[in-house]
Design a protein around this ligand. Structure first.
Ligand code: ZN
Length: 430
C-alpha cells in the first residue's frame, strides 16, 4: 500500500447501518468532555460523499441518492455498499513509539516470572536495551520498521498516527529516527504527526549527570529537529527514573523557544503536580494513572487532553488502571491511544485499547470510540481536519464488518476493519 498520487475519485458510501459522525452540532465546541463524550451523532442507513479528498455531505442514503449533484455525476462516483456495516472516522492514535528494531521478549518473560521494572532495567532490559539497535540501524531499516507498523495500524482502522522518536537518545540517532518517521509517512497514505522524545530516559552514558543530557536535548536536538521541520511536538517522560519536573520544564521551554508544541508522559508511575506545566499549553498529558484532585479541576477548564493508554497497564499485568471515570465525570477531555512500544504496550490495535477502556476503566463503548477518534484529533491539535465525519473535514474513514458500534469493543482481540479510506482514497481492503 503506497500513497496514491492520483486525485481521489468522488466516493459515496451508502446503506451504512450506523454512521458515527461525531458531529459538532450535537456538542459544545472543543474537545469532548463530560456527557458530550458519548454523543456519537449516529445516522442510521447513512451515507457519506467524499470529493477531492474531503467530506462534502453526510446524511441518509435516501437523501444521498436523491441529491441533484449525485444524479448528474453518478457515472464518475465510486459507490460502496456498506449494508450490514458500521462507518466511523478513522482512528486517531495519538501516542505511539514505532521507531525501534527488536521486540523485548526477554523483558516480557522476566516480568511474567515476577521481575520488577527496576530488576529488568538492572539486568540490561527496559528502554535502554532498545538504544543500541536503533543507534546502529540504517535509516532505511528504521523506515521500513515504521512503515510496516503504519500499514498494520491502517488495517485495524487507524488513519492518523502520532509517532515519537526516543530509542536513539543521541542527537544523530534521534534525528535519524525522526527522518525515518518522515520517510515512512511519505510512503503511507495516512497522516503522521511526528514528536521528538529525546527526553525519554537518561541514557547510560549520562547517568548521574542528567542535566548534561537535558542540555543536549534542549540545545541540540530540539533546535535541529525544529530547523529541519522534523517534528511538530516535543514530548518528555516526566516521572521517577526518567526526568524531574524541573528538567521537564526546561525541555518545554526549549520547545516553545523553537515554536514546537508540547505534550508529556505524566503520572504513569508517580504523581507530578501539573500546574507548573500548564503555562506551556500542552496538547496532552499522557498515561495519567496518578493525578491529584486539584489538577483534575484545572484540566476540566482547559483543552489539554488526558490521553489514557490502558494497553500499557494490561501488558504490564497491573491491577490498577487510570481512573477514567473520575476524569470524565469531572469534565476532563479524555483520549485513548495504543502507546505502541516494545516494552510496555506492543499493540497496534485501537479497538483493543477501546475494549480495555471499557472493561478496566469503566468507559462506555460510546465514550471509548469518541476518545479514540475526535478526542485523539484534539490531542494532536488537528480536530479542524480529523476525528469526525463532517462536511469540510478530510475524508478519513474506517468501515467495520459489524452491525453496531458497540461490537467494536465487545469482540476483543478480533479485527473487524474491512476498509480504510484516506483522504477520499480507498487504500486498504482486508
Ligand atoms: Zn509512551
Amino acid at each position: 500500500m503506497t500513497r496514491r498520487k492520483l486525485q481521489a475519485k468522488p466516493l459515496l458510501l451508502v446503506n451504512i447501518c450506523q454512521l458515527l459522525t461525531f458531529s459538532s452540532k450535537t456538542t459544545h465546541l472543543g474537545p469532548r468532555r463530560g456527557t458530550d463524550l458519548k454523543e456519537l451523532g449516529i445516522i442510521e442507513n447513512g451515507a457519506v460523499l467524499c470529493v477531492g479528498g474531503k467530506i462534502v455531505s453526510v446524511g441518509t442514503t435516501k437523501d444521498a441518492l436523491r441529491d441533484p449533484w449525485f444524479k448528474k455525476n453518478r457515472k464518475q462516483v465510486t459507490e460502496i455498499d456498506c449494508a450490514g456495516k458500521v462507518v466511523l472516522p478513522g482512528f486517531v492514535d495519538s501516542h505511539t513509539h514505532p521507531v525501534f528494531i527488536n521486540p523485548r521478549l526477554v523483558d516480557f518473560e522476566k516480568r511474567i516470572e515476577g521481575a520488577s521494572y527496576e530488576q529488568i532495567a538492572a539486568a540490561g532490559g527496559g528502554i535502554r536495551s532498545s538504544l543500541d539497535a536503533v543507534r546502529k540501524a540504517s535509516a532505511t531499516l528504521l523506515t521500513s520498521k515504521v512503515l510496516t507498523v503504519l500499514q498494520d495500524m491502517a488495517a485495524h482502522g487507524t488513519t492518523t498516527v502520532e509517532a515519537k522518536s526516543g530509542y536513539g537518545l543521541t542527537v544523530e540517532s534521534e534525528l535519524k529516527s525522526l527522518g525515518a518517521i518522515r520517510k515512512a509517512a511519505s510512503l503511507w497514505p495516512g497522516t503522521v504527526v511526528a514528536t521528538l522524545l529525546g527526553a525519554h530516559v537518561v541514557p547510560k552514558e549520562f547517568q548521574g549527570c542528567s542535566q548534561k543530557y537535558v542540555e543536549i536535548v534542549c540545545k541540540e536536538m530540539i533546535p535541529q529537529a525544529a530547523k529541519r521541520k522534523l517534528a511538530q511536538f516535543v514530548d518528555v517522560f516526566c516521572d521517577k527514573g526518567a526526568f524531574t519536573p524541573a528538567e521537564s520544564e526546561q525541555v518545554f521551554e526549549a520547545a516553545k523557544t523553537h515554536a514546537l508544541n508540547v505534550r508529556a508522559h505524566m503520572g504513569q508511575l508517580s504523581e507530578t503536580a501539573l500546574q507548573p506545566f500548564l503555562r506551556f499549553n500542552p496538547a496532552s498529558f499522557d498515561h495519567m494513572d496518578h493525578v491529584s484532585e486539584a489538577d483534575i479541576k484545572q484540566l476540566a477548564k482547559r483543552d489539554t487532553v488526558a490521553t489514557l493508554v490502558p494497553g500499557a497497564n494490561y501488558f504490564l499485568g497491573l491491577k490498577e488502571y487510570p481512573n477514567a471515570r473520575r476524569l470524565i465525570d469531572s469534565g476532563v477531555p479524555v483520549a485513548l491511544a495504543t502507546d505502541y512500544n516494545p516494552g510496555t504496550s506492543p499493540t497496534i490495535s485501537m479497538p483493543m485499547a477501546m475494549s480495555l477502556a471499557c472493561t478496566h476503566m469503566k468507559m462506555s463503548p460510546a465514550e471509548a470510540v469518541a476518545a479514540a477518534t475526535i478526542n485523539g484529533a484534539w490531542a494532536l491539535g488537528i480536530a479542524d481536519r480529523k476525528g469526525s465525519i463532517e462536511p469540510g473535514k478530510d475524508a478519513d474513514l474506517a468501515v467495520f464488518g459489524v452491525q453496531e458500534y458497540r461490537e467494536l469493543t465487545y469482540w476483543f482481540g478480533a479485527n473487524h476493519c474491512e476498509l480504510t479510506v484516506f483522504n477520499g482514497v480507498v487504500a486498504s481492503r482486508n
